[in-house]
Ligand binder design. Structure first.
Ligand SMILES: Cc1cc2nc3c(=O)[nH]c(=O)nc-3n(C[C@H](O)[C@H](O)[C@H](O)COP(=O)(O)OP(=O)(O)OC[C@H]3O[C@@H](n4cnc5c(N)ncnc54)[C@H](O)[C@@H]3O)c2cc1C
Length: 493
């Protein structure tokens, strides 16, 4: 690895000072690369991120069609002292695919979204620009196979697999990163390397939780699973006006206690909607008979809901339903934009949420006045508990560290107008209403729910894995070609 690092012998600043003759754009075009620059009429649309709270102006966008294009683009960028960032589905919470700063060379995987299945190994090789909905459809329709991954069809494999990748089948099959068996990565000097447990195992470990700090992944090979014949879709709604802070704490508390022993076949989250309505739902990867028994034990602890939905569904219908009914295919359509701020708390199994913390949260959201342009929700996603596949790995098995953890909680507020400061204050307040009442607990955070304002992000995203990641990052990208906010090696605050 050190040998690779030393081939990049000049610092970016030094190269910038010496870049005489030619330009980055001419280097890219002379190498036959397809690019887009600010003079193009499509530039504004191409550089508007999913989360419109952010905007960065890249030096150019490059659209590779093969791995060697990525290498050439990186080499041009290095020659001109420009940093590089990969952009896959563009669904980062903070537009990090655009480099988190102006002037980055953005390598967009729009035209690298191929999916190929290897039947003898039951693996699928996916290029980073493929989006979750299209991956699910193609795997199902052509091969009768499936993967565990997140809910939104438009999220790109590139970013999702870079930091985790959770969905309702993850307690059964693992995070998306846990299904990765091999990857192809382009390093900061343009070299292409292959990664697996036996090839460059250090880098293979690092990309499963912190990929964007080490290079650009040009393909992932993942273990697939047979499509379940059917799954049980369910949702239980507990509505106002009964949800006092005390009732809320009891409801979430009993869901939490019950979740600690839930079988891995159950995908489950509790959504708390503005106004206090709580909906516990997801899908169960087993029989209706077994589900009914399981649900009976849940409802005995939570009390009866105001509304119940339980249906046996095909795999694709279940994936569509958990996404709110929008089609899985993203072909020929682009996603709507959103203006939002989100934070996450990853809760250790050994320190479950206390009744006082839950009650303080409910009191906070019930009593805090926010602009009427703002709306919010909280998701209590059960990642651990019982025999969950996510928790079956040790915390140093992959760069993603939070294995002995029960919940990932997401606090999300969106605005129908330009982002108001009160929105940030409100989301921070929801989080601190919990953490202020659990001072002895070390909470983590999930890097796919990226929060650029997160203090202590080294530890919160990566816990005990940070020092190993930082040492490796220095070796493979010593001049910071891929450096940006909250990539390994960037300062904490
Ligand atoms: C509406 C919505 C729903 C979501 N639902 C879920 C969910 O159910 N479960 C869940 O776990 N997460 C979910 N997420 C979070 C999502 O997983 C992350 O935002 C993810 O990083 C987005 O990936 P992307 O490729 O679309 O984004 P991008 O903006 O393209 O990339 C995000 C980050 O990954 C890096 N990256 C992209 N491609 C590569 C590559 N080829 N090599 C190395 N690094 C790369 C980028 O540089 C950037 O830092 C959701 C996000 C949204 C907006």
């Amino acid at each position: 690895m050190l040998a690779l690092a030393s081939t990049l012998s000049l610092t970016l600043a030094f190269v910038l000072a010496n870049a005489s003759g030619g330009s980055l754009v001419s280097c890219l075009t002379n190498n036959g690369l397809r690019i887009e620059v600010s003079q193009n009429s499509t530039w504004h649309a191409s550089t508007t991120p999913f989360n419109t709270r952010f905007h960065f102006s890249p030096s150019a966008l490059v659209y590779p069609t093969q791995t060697s294009d990525v290498s050439k683009a990186i080499q041009c960028a290095v020659n001109f002292g420009v940093r590089v960032s990969p952009l896959s589905g563009g669904h980062s919470y903070s537009a990090s695919g655009y480099g988190s700063q102006d002037g980055t060379l953005v390598i967009s995987f729009r035209d690298m979204a191929h999916i190929s299945y290897q039947s003898s190994e039951e693996t699928v090789t996916i290029q980073p620009g493929a989006r979750l909905g299209d991956v699910a459809l193609e795997l199902h329709d052509k091969y009768g196979r499936a993967l565990a991954h997140g809910v939104c069809p438009y999220v790109g494999i590139g970013g999702h697999a870079a930091f985790g990748g959770w969905g309702f089948s993850s307690r059964n099959w693992g995070l998306l990163i846990d299904q990765v068996e091999a990857a192809e990565l382009v390093l900061a000097n343009g070299t292409v390397v292959h990664l697996s447990n036996t090839q460059n195992p250090d880098l293979f470990w690092a990309i499963r939780g912190a990929a964007s700090s080490f290079g650009i992944v040009t393909e992932y090979t993942l273990k697939t699973h047979p499509v379940p014949l059917s799954v049980i879709r369910y949702s239980y709604t507990f509505s106002n006006p009964d949800l006092s802070a005390d009732r809320f704490a009891k409801l979430l508390g009993s869901y939490q206690t019950w979740g600690r022993t839930a079988p891995k076949e159950l995908g489950i989250e509790a959504n708390v909607w503005q106004g206090g309505k709580v909906e516990i739902g997801g899908y169960y990867m087993g029989s209706l008979f077994d589900f009914n028994r399981l649900a009976g034990s849940l409802l005995r602890t939570t009390g009866l809901p105001n509304a119940t939905y339980v249906q046996e569904r095909s795999w694709l219908v279940a994936l569509t339903e958990v996404n709110g009914g929008s089609p899985l295919s993203t072909k020929g359509k682009s996603d709507a934009h959103d203006t939002f701020f989100a934070k996450s708390l990853v809760v250790p199994t050994a320190s479950p949420l206390t009744a006082t913390a839950l009650s303080a949260l409910a009191t906070y959201f019930a009593n805090t006045k926010i602009p009427n342009t703002l709306s919010w929700f909280i998701q209590f996603e059960l990642w651990g508990g019982g025999n969950s596949a996510i928790s079956s790995l040790p915390s140093d098995a992959t760069a993603y560290p939070h294995r002995a953890h029960l919940w990932t909680i997401q606090f999300y507020a969106r605005s129908s107008t330009a982002w108001p400061t009160e929105g940030t204050v409100f989301v921070n307040g929801m989080v601190s209403s919990i953490t202020d009442h659990m001072k002895g607990t070390t909470f983590g955070a999930y890097a796919n729910y990226l929060d650029p304002l997160l203090k202590g992000w080294h530890d919160k995203y990566y816990a005990g894995n940070y020092p190993r990641l930082a040492a490796l990052q220095k070796q493979v990208d010593p001049h910071g070609v891929f450096q940006k906010a909250q990539n390994i090696g960037a300062p904490d605050f």
